[in-house]
Write a protein that binds this ligand. Sequence first.
Ligand code: PFF
Length: 457
Amino acid sequence: MANLQEKKQREQWGSRLGFVLAASGSAIGLGNLWKFPYMAGENGGGAFVLIYLVLLVIVGFTLMLAELTLGRYTQLNAIGAYKKVREKWAWVGALGVLAGFMILAFYSVVGGWVINYVFKAVTGAFNTTDMGVLGGMFGSMITNPIEPLIFHAIFMALTLGIVIGGVKNGIEKYAKILMPALFIMLLIIMVRSLTLPGAMEGVRFFLAPDFSKITGAVVLAALGQVFFSLSLGMGCMITYGSYISKDEDLLQSSLAVPLLDTGAALIAGLAILPAVFAFGFDPAGGPGLVFITLPAVFSQLPLGGLFGVAFFILVLFAALTSAISLLEVVVAYVVDEWKWTRKKATFIIAGIIFALGVPASLSIGPWSEFHILPGKGVFDTLDFVASQILLPVGGILLSIFLGWVLGMDNAIKEATNDGKLRFPLAGTWSILIKYVAPIAITVVFVKGLLDAFGITF
Ligand code: PFF
């Protein structure tokens, strides 16, 4: 105990920064750089962004603090945390583990695309603004039956290697340099994009909400994106919260992480959508949007080739720090509950997730005719079920659990380090957790699902 105390005091500042870096590393990833811009593009631009921001305030900050609090209170993984407080709730944690499993399967496929683009950038493959050429290059990459699988395997192997090595410290060391570098690069790309002729139309599209575009399905998509982007609803932040020491400031972290994450998403949107309009691409172009648009922007930058290489390497790093947290949630569970060794758990789970990613990848190319849900192949189904069903349901249950099972008195006590920290919004947080969040998420979820499947009353 004495040892722990001593360590805490010596490492306090360093570890707080380390935690914010690790948690932002999990939050900031393909969700911000790849998914957010194309989701905004597909779902009406500004309307989607506005709803995203509203939900960020009501649900994002609220549940971030909730997960971190539950994690630190119990000092356990996603399932263990629920189980410790109330045995019967363990299945809620299990739902999260399932979501992590499904997300990583398609996430790793996209991570593979990024690695492929690092190589493409190195060989100077895309020095053009021609939509036909760039679209064709992306299309032929993702529809190829073999090539994306090789890169998916490489991405999974990198993730596995880091999780097995338990490189938490190493990651923190690199994250300190690479995360700010990513922000700076994004800002440069944003400025270049915004100064392209015709860019303002894209800015308008991204920032001016057109309320006629808002449907239940759009709101659910934005909600799913808040969960996905902040790594919420599946116990990832419970797991990360369990590593925070008892004298750190959870309140500050719960503000900082969502703010950094949203900053990254908005900058990514402003880096990509104005360029989409400037080059005459289609904002609803889907998952290829970033891969097709950014090479065109790079070709308009001095030393664009080099810039492209550096940028895709940073995106890869951001994707890996998120993938690690996804794998970690599943591994932590198996190690704790099934008593497997860490090595065995990581290898077997990574293998199974890789295997699930194979049909996901093929569903974009050779198997594109095969649908599981209406209009959705394996890739889209994994994304939809995890992001728009499992994560929101996880969020509803988490808030009910905290508000009504653990109790807000206990939660506030934990969040304020036994009353040592000032928390002027404690009352508001209670109301948000007990009533607003579960009701709002449920309403959006039910209405959104009905809309998404075209069911009306
Ligand atoms: N938040 C990550 C991103 O935006 O790329 C993805 C993610 C990581 C989701 C971890 C969920 C999670 F638990």
